[in-house]
Design a protein around this ligand. Structure first.
Ligand SMILES: [Zn+2]
Ligand SMILES: [Zn+2]
Length: 255
């Protein structure tokens, strides 16, 4: 077991302080929650308003479909595109309460929401393509300018929650860095998103990353997947850098 780094100790202290600062109440309606509810800190009423994405969904991009469908279909959203990952799974629909909570997490510095959102992300890990294999979690990176404004990378925080709850199952590697600041993707169509992102990512310069990743299975982690353009661009960087066994994408929300 590796020695705890100063950073680990700092995170532990921050976590402990956060649990004092934020007593256990539902993050949406503020009703007190019994402590046994942690770490899925949300009340039943608010929890009932979240819609889990259940099969059938597209085997490539995770797009959910209503009604009966064979388990193995690919949707029209991605059938004509070459996405540089093998599959993507979103935990919950990006609507209503969860959309608001994600907004508060990312844009209003409510970093404690990582606990709830990380637990919701965990629901993707029961997919049969993920179960029973070793994975390296790779957070989708932020550009340093956005990181400075926000103070944290939401994907890194989500990875931390998964790692903490599944210490043997996952390694976390910040394998990709963002080399170009790009305008927000919101409001852009599929083609614009892809060209907006071209050249935005590169492999990390640290730790012989290409060598480390050879033959490995990678799960890219992000808060939300919409068209899959960001994840695909990250997947392309990974595939161009090393011979990788499999690349999956897991997100809390599916847009
Ligand atoms: Zn509530
Ligand atoms: Zn699809």
């Amino acid at each position: 077991m590796a020695e705890k780094t100063i950073r680990d100790r700092l995170h532990e202290t921050v976590d402990a302080a956060a649990s004092l600062l934020y007593p256990i109440t539902c993050p949406s309606c503020d009703v007190p929650l019994p402590s046994s509810r942690v770490p899925l800190p949300i009340c039943d009423d608010c929890g009932a308003g979240m819609s889990r994405i259940a099969p059938p969904y597209c085997r490539v991009c995770g797009q959910a479909y209503e009604g009966a469908m064979s388990a193995d279909f690919q949707c029209s959203n991605c059938a004509d595109r070459k996405l540089a990952f093998d599959f993507a799974i979103g935990g919950y629909a990006a609507e209503g309460l969860l959309r608001q909570l994600m907004h508060r997490f990312k844009y209003e510095q409510n970093i404690y929401l990582a606990q709830l959102l990380g637990r919701l992300l965990e629901s993707t890990l029961t997919d049969k393509r993920i179960v029973g294999k070793d994975w390296i979690l790779v957070p989708v990176p932020l550009h340093r300018r956005r990181f400075r404004n926000r103070g944290f990378n939401q994907a890194v925080e989500l990875c931390r929650v998964l790692k903490k709850r599944n210490p043997k199952r996952f390694q976390v590697k910040k394998a990709i860095r963002r080399v170009r600041h790009t305008p927000r993707q919101a409001g852009l169509d599929r083609e614009q998103r892809l060209s907006n992102l071209r050249g935005a990512f590169a492999l990390s310069r640290f730790g012989n990353m290409a060598e480390t990743l050879v033959g490995k299975r990678i799960l890219l982690v992000d808060d939300v997947l919409t068209t899959g353009a960001t994840a695909s661009e990250c997947g392309r960087v990974l595939r161009n850098s090393a011979d990788i066994a499999e690349i999956g994408v897991i997100t809390v929300l599916r847009g």
